[in-house]
Design a protein around this ligand. Structure first.
Ligand SMILES: [Zn+2]
Length: 150
């Protein structure tokens, strides 16, 4: 089931319900926003973003941590730890596509989807699944400097 950030809120609510989660307004906005991001986003940046999107529905820090925890547990999103020790959140499943991480500003960038490396990783992952070794997760990091920092 593919969803994008422009799906009506009812779709997001339904998705949360199917995972046994409460579809609060904050949970819907958090999930929707993470889906609209091209890169993993940290708790602080997400809180800032949500505040800018809708200043009247400001989510406090603790509530947002709880929401992110629940969404991760339900595997609706994934947590990625940067080398700066900051957790960032992204759409579940995107991890396979790997990231560049800028060692200066710690932004993450996804590998292009058409990269031969991504194709190889996907084939490898499919092979593991066929063998029944589905407990393996592939993670992959490249570090360097992004365009803004170099
Ligand atoms: Zn950078």
């Amino acid at each position: 089931m593919q969803r994008n950030a422009t799906s009506p809120d009812a779709d997001w609510e339904e998705l949360l319900h199917t995972k046994g989660l409460r579809a609060t307004r904050a949970a819907v906005s958090a999930l929707k926003s993470i889906h609209s991001m091209e890169k993993p986003i940290s708790h602080d940046d997400l809180q800032l973003y949500l505040g800018q999107q809708n200043p009247s529905a400001l989510v406090d820090s603790v509530t947002l941590y709880r929401i992110l925890d629940r969404l991760s547990q339900a595997k609706l999103i994934e947590k990625v730890l940067g080398s700066d020790r900051i957790w960032r959140y992204t759409v579940a499943g995107e991890r396979l596509h790997g990231f560049y991480e800028c060692e200066s500003c710690h932004q993450h960038f996804n590998l292009p989807r058409s990269s031969p490396l991504v194709t190889l990783l996907e084939q490898f992952s499919a092979q593991l699944k066929r063998k029944g070794d589905a407990a393996f997760a592939i993670s992959f990091n490249i570090q360097g400097k992004c365009h803004d920092c170099s």
